[in-house]
Design a protein around this ligand. Structure first.
Ligand code: ARG
Length: 227
């Protein structure tokens, strides 16, 4: 049985997902750039079908603690459509997106409530950053070096959103990828915000992956994999 996860395209030929999603796919599996509705993927002229060449999980990913829950996917070819709604990867030392309450955006096709059914149309929600997440019920299950929390009662990502983006939008409209949907207990509960893999400490690991294309590794788009 396969799980549904979302990938974020970070350059025409690369995407980011959660490392815990990586085992569910492999070489040759399709990903659909520019998808909006799951049910209307076929016949949607905006959808560009791409294929996976390889997936590499973070070398320090821990599948028990979920530290460093990030993976990079290489596609067999570069996107011709150039979908790229994300402009930057968050940088170490940049506090812009890490003040308590800073509005961030999470997006995906995951369930609309814990145990509910998955969304057909891509959803997004504004979630407040919760950098002091050890003060929640997660306590030490939260690792501030590799994770960041965001969410509040009623606003959260949920099951099936894993691998999707948590991003900030600056005053000029540029988007910075801050996190990757990773885990949570239930969804949208006040003491249990969504937990995201932190992008900034993984940046040095992500960046050298695509060698020749490293210079173009600054764009990201929401993409989705299907079974
Ligand atoms: N692990 C889930 C997935 O695989 C993501 C759960 C996110 N939970 C939350 N409360 N934000 O899709």
């Amino acid at each position: 049985q396969r799980q549904m996860c979302i990938r974020d395209s970070i350059s025409p030929q690369y995407a980011i997902t959660a490392a815990h999603c990586a085992p569910y796919w492999g070489t040759g599996d399709p990903i659909y750039l520019g998808q909006h509705k799951e049910s209307e993927r076929d016949g949607d002229g905006c959808v560009e079908t791409m294929y996976i060449e390889s997936i590499v999980s973070h070398e320090s990913y821990n599948d028990w603690t979920l530290q460093n829950d990030i993976a990079v996917i290489k596609l067999t070819e570069a996107s011709q459509f150039g979908y790229a709604p994300i402009d930057h990867l968050d940088q170490p030392g940049d506090g812009t997106w890490h003040e308590p309450g800073t509005p961030l955006v999470a997006a995906g096709w995951g369930t609309l409530s814990s145990g509910g059914s998955a969304a057909d149309t891509a959803q997004h929600v504004v979630v407040p950053a919760v950098p002091d997440c050890w003060e929640t019920e997660y306590g030490e299950g939260y690792d501030p070096d590799t994770m960041v929390c965001a969410g509040a009662e009623g606003v959260d990502s949920c099951q099936g959103d894993s691998g999707g983006p948590l991003f900030g939008i600056d005053s000029s409209g540029e988007r910075t990828l801050v996190g990757v949907v990773s885990w949570g207990i239930g969804c949208a509960q006040s003491q249990y915000p969504g937990v995201y893999a932190l992008v900034s400490p993984a940046r040095a690991w992500i960046k050298p992956r695509p060698r020749a294309e490293a210079a173009t590794l600054h764009k990201l788009s929401l993409i989705h994999i299907s079974e």
